[in-house]
Write a protein that binds this ligand. Structure first.
Ligand SMILES: *[C@@H]1O[C@H](CO)[C@@H](O)[C@H](O)[C@H]1NC(C)=O
Ligand SMILES: *[C@@H]1O[C@H](CO)[C@@H](O)[C@H](O)[C@H]1NC(C)=O
Ligand SMILES: *[C@@H]1O[C@H](CO)[C@@H](O)[C@H](O)[C@H]1NC(C)=O
Ligand SMILES: *[C@@H]1O[C@H](CO)[C@@H](O)[C@H](O)[C@H]1NC(C)=O
Ligand SMILES: *[C@@H]1O[C@H](CO)[C@@H](O)[C@H](O)[C@H]1NC(C)=O
Ligand SMILES: *[C@@H]1O[C@H](CO)[C@@H](O)[C@H](O)[C@H]1NC(C)=O
Ligand SMILES: *[C@@H]1O[C@H](CO)[C@@H](O)[C@H](O)[C@H]1NC(C)=O
Ligand SMILES: *[C@@H]1O[C@H](CO)[C@@H](O)[C@H](O)[C@H]1NC(C)=O
Ligand SMILES: *[C@@H]1O[C@H](CO)[C@@H](O)[C@H](O)[C@H]1NC(C)=O
Ligand SMILES: *[C@@H]1O[C@H](CO)[C@@H](O)[C@H](O)[C@H]1NC(C)=O
Ligand SMILES: *[C@@H]1O[C@H](CO)[C@@H](O)[C@H](O)[C@H]1NC(C)=O
Ligand SMILES: *[C@@H]1O[C@H](CO)[C@@H](O)[C@H](O)[C@H]1NC(C)=O
Length: 351
């Protein structure tokens, strides 16, 4: 019995290994969800996303792609970033219970927050707390104090709004956000009935004290940038068995875990597929700098400007010019020849 389960284990491991080495999705994978193109390592069903990491499992419902069940995907790119929508958390003043919370907790699994997001609080006499749990626990937050409506042009600088950088440990399995109000709410509730805490990508939220203190202009979800990478090892550790395809290279993820792939310069496509990166024809896609398209010659990964014989490429103007040095030389030869000939003719005449 023991031997039996061991051999099953062995088969399982070699299968998993083969899948990881080949890193090839099925051919019939759904490539779009609504307006979003979904491609490998992300995918919509079994065999379509990178095996062994459910963080690449996209669910498509009503034309909306979601990652980790409920983070709606806006877009992502091959260099390891994904833009998604994350909901806000809320606390409202309530006469009876005093406070009414709508806190938020979620997991990011193998995705992580990029440094280009801020944890933000909107509200007066309130503070927001962010706590994460994992091998290391982490918490941070910010506080906003104001008894009356802040001036209309105020920035998110601690009066009606505050924000802070976040560096959540990679292994966190639970992230909680919680806005809280200071006890006596009577002074602010008429212009700021609720406070909100949320993550948002830099530049995607501009605080307006006139509009946001009521209900955040009805915005309930904000764009965030999440980082992703393949596995938890570096390129050096997976050399020879990374999933990067032909005409591509591996690079270590800047977040300090796993690797990503990119097409070589002059190639384009999906570097996570074995034959994803194909040569860019610079000549037909206006990416060349030859002065005349007709002289452009495509090469693998590059191009060159090919001049007709008798012409030379001027590398400053990238145009073909008459070869000024060779011509006098050639002419020189002809004159010499002609001279000889004429002298011969002359000689014969003389003779
Ligand atoms: C796709 O984009 C179009 C145009 O931007 C928009 O009208 C439509 O609602 C979008 N569809 C989905 C499913 O998001
Ligand atoms: C992908 O995630 C959804 C939602 O969590 C789940 O129902 C589905 O089974 C997952 N797909 C696979 C192939 O595991
Ligand atoms: C895509 O990749 C570039 C780096 O090549 C990065 O600057 C950009 O912010 C990325 N993210 C998204 C969501 O497009
Ligand atoms: C993190 O917080 C949880 C819950 O409060 C606690 O059980 C755990 O011991 C903490 N871990 C560390 C490393 O402090
Ligand atoms: C709450 O604030 C109001 C107005 O600032 C003040 O009149 C009231 O005494 C305060 N109540 C408590 C319990 O501090
Ligand atoms: C916020 O303001 C900046 C600078 O004025 C602008 O570039 C950016 O587009 C604005 N963002 C939003 C979401 O309105
Ligand atoms: C927010 O929603 C309310 C109720 O639906 C509506 O009256 C109000 O105009 C909306 N505000 C904005 C800024 O869209
Ligand atoms: C995260 O990636 C590791 C491999 O690096 C994998 O073993 C693990 O199952 C992944 N976690 C989830 C929740 O998918
Ligand atoms: C990578 O993830 C696997 C599975 O989760 C784990 O067993 C291994 O220790 C991790 N390796 C590193 C270098 O973190
Ligand atoms: C590399 O690019 C060339 C030119 O597009 C293509 O012919 C070749 O098949 C590519 N290699 C792989 C492994 O995809
Ligand atoms: C290239 O063209 C520029 C501008 O016409 C000219 O100044 C330069 O001398 C040329 N260079 C050569 C090597 O002919
Ligand atoms: C033309 O493009 C090539 C390749 O991109 C580059 O090396 C070269 O410097 C460019 N020359 C000029 C004059 O722009």
């Amino acid at each position: 019995m023991k031997v039996h389960s061991l051999s099953l284990m062995a088969i399982f491991f070699s299968l998993a290994y083969m899948q990881l080495v080949k890193g090839k999705p099925r051919h019939d994978c759904q490539s779009r969800c609504g307006n979003v193109t979904i491609d490998y390592p992300f995918g919509i069903s079994t065999g379509c996303y990178y095996p062994g990491d459910d963080s690449f499992n996209i669910t498509c419902e009503e034309g909306k792609p979601n990652v980790l069940r409920n983070i709606e995907v806006i877009n992502f790119n091959h260099s390891g970033q994904l833009r998604g929508l994350l909901p806000r958390s809320t606390v409202c003043y309530d006469e009876l219970t005093n406070n009414e919370f709508e806190s938020l907790w979620f997991r990011l699994d193998n995705l992580s927050f990029s440094p280009n997001n801020k944890f933000t609080l909107v509200g007066c006499n309130a503070w927001a707390l962010l706590s994460t749990f994992g091998l290391q626990n982490y918490s941070t937050g910010c506080m906003s104090l104001c008894d009356s409506p802040p001036p209309p042009n105020s920035k998110c600088n601690g009066v009606g709004c505050c924000r802070t950088e976040v560096s959540i440990p990679l292994d966190s399995h639970r992230i909680e956000t919680q806005p809280t109000r200071f006890e006596n709410m009577t002074s602010v509730k008429h212009f700021n009935p609720c406070s909100y805490a949320f993550f948002v990508e830099d530049g995607m939220f501009n605080f307006s004290s006139l509009e946001d203190l009521k209900n955040l202009r009805n915005v309930t979800r904000f764009p965030v940038l999440l980082d992703w990478s393949i596995g938890n090892q570096t390129c050096e550790q997976v050399v020879g068995r990374n999933i990067c395809g032909g005409n591509s290279t591996c690079f270590d993820s800047s977040r300090g875990k796993g690797y990503n792939c990119k097409c070589l310069d002059g190639f384009d496509g999906n570097p996570y597929l074995s034959d994803g990166c194909q040569d860019i024809n610079e000549c037909t896609t206006r990416r060349h700098n030859c002065s005349d398209t007709s002289t452009c010659e495509n090469t693998l990964g590059s191009f060159h400007c090919e001049c007709p014989s008798g012409y030379e490429l001027n590398t400053t103007t990238m145009s073909c010019t008459d070869t000024p040095k060779e011509e006098p030389k050639y002419l020189g030869w002809t004159t010499v020849l002609l001279g000889k000939l004429s002298s011969l003719v002359f000689d014969s005449f003389v003779f």
